[in-house]
Design a protein around this ligand. Sequence first.
Ligand SMILES: Nc1ncnc2c1ncn2[C@@H]1O[C@H](COP(=O)(O)OP(=O)(O)OP(=O)(O)O)[C@@H](O)[C@H]1O
Length: 601
Amino acid sequence: MHPLKKLFGYARHHRRDVWLATLYSVINKFFDILPEVLIGVAVDIVVSGEKSFLARKVLGGFGITDTWHQLLLLGGLNIVIWGGESLFEYLYSLKWRGLAQNLQHELRLDAYQHVQKLEMAYFENQRTGNLMSILNEDVNQMERFLNGGANQIIQVFCSSVMVSAVFFALQPKLALVSLLPVPLILFGTFWFQKRLAPRYSEVREAAGDVSARLNNNLLGLATIKAFATEDFEAEQIRKSSEGYRNANARAIRVSSAITPVIRMAILSGFTATLVYGGYLTLHDQLAVGAYSVLVYLTQRLLWPLTGLADVADMYQRSMAAIDRVMGIVTTPIAIPYEGKHFPSSGVKGDVRFEAVSFAYGERTTLHDIDLTLPAGKTVAFVGSTGSGKSTLIKLLLRFYEPKSGRVLLDGQPIDSLNLQDLRRAIGYVSQDTFLSDANVADNIAYGDPNISRAEVEAAAKAAEAHEFIAKLPQGYDTRIGERGQKLSGGQRQRLALARAILKNPPVLVLDEATSAVDNETEAAIQKSLETVSRGRTTLVIAHRLSTVRHADCIYVMEEGRVVEAGTHEQLLAADRGYAALWRLQTGERAQGTPTAEGLPA
Ligand SMILES: Nc1ncnc2c1ncn2[C@@H]1O[C@H](COP(=O)(O)OP(=O)(O)OP(=O)(O)O)[C@@H](O)[C@H]1O
């Protein structure tokens, strides 16, 4: 579908404004060409005097023979025309620009809201910077088009029609000659446009690439500095920026040719009017007044067509941008939000995985997982990195859908539940929690302005965060910088934990939530977690086994399968992978293991 059609489809509820704006543009153009007609009338008055056009009874009107009165009428008409032109210029400007503002606001918001709802898999193939450039620059480009471009297109079209009408009324033969270049100009513009469209698509893609690279590098500045790869990265940016420059150069080569080519076509029309019109006037086939009107009108008709070059340029640029924005808005949401209402206050927290298999791409990450995690229990997942522990949690949060099998919460398949209800029932501390550039208290109370400072502090205490927060320059009011970068890794983890605790969810998921804190703090967090996890299902993923030794059940994962399960004691007694790992981490020796001295312990 054509981008403009998509945009109009999207802006259906603004249809009235579009029509009004178009009407104002048309009326303004009508007033705009009338002064040229008045010049002709003025010439007619001074040349023909009492036999002028105004002295005749045209359409039952005028019939003013007195030249002074004719001039007064001319003056009056002039004032009305200029007044009307100004008024409608104000009105169309107000309408188009208002429309541009409303649409850019709505489209940006809609596109952002839509992006938020797209499934995680979508983002794996997208670059953040590119999405940023669509939500920002491309939406702005559409705004610029509605600000001025739409009106320009309408007015060029209107002046062509209106001026042609005057031409034909005054001197049809001359009209044919002067208007001869118009189809040529229109065809030429169309020809150029067709060549410009793919070039501007390339420009927008290249702009997205630059934006994506800049975004990526600005986020990774610490690594760039640490590896002293400033020159290498600058080279990458240079290449990307050069891609943008080259894409633009290809578009410029075409778009720059439009104006000169159109001017040549106009030249022929203008020369024809001057010479042939003069000839007709000299041979009394055209009045002097009409001749002057036509000479001026040729200017009015043909010169704006040079503006077609700019309009065509802006039009193509905008269509490429609109296509990208509408592409986002119309991307189907693979994991829908709708489903059965399931308020977290009524959730017990019974979690089940039934024969769940999953693959991110081709390679299967989880094989046939069957798990029952009873409400109120604390279960742990351990195992080597990449064994699929986090993936299991992502399936529970429905970031991804299983390839086969199903996940249930309180006996309800999670894909039947309202997605936000499901996620509200789960407090999730991920390996990389998103902290925003707000103060500490707002980060803990995240998204709920009604939470009291006392509640925030209680959660912070449970997460062993209160002490370090109290030492910050402004305590709970200290701003923590973008992504919380003014805090240490362990401090960020504790804020994330406090945030999840404050949510008071029936299911709490801690994915490596205390990996960056020291042993002493971890022990303290463990103690408060014992209180916190009471009465809720708690899923803990940890590499440090001491973190999970008190769990009701520990699952050991290996390459997407659960290979051991049981309490800490049971797993030690089984003396398999878990027991070996425990010994490795704690330095305990198994019975019969030789000591450093070579003697059995
Ligand atoms: N978005 C993704 N796209 C493709 N593959 C992925 C994606 N996320 C994870 N994987 C792969 O899936 C496997 C399991 O990853 P997962 O994050 O579940 O492991 P984990 O057990 O939590 O590891 P860790 O202990 O290191 O956090 C890994 O091999 C990983 O490379």
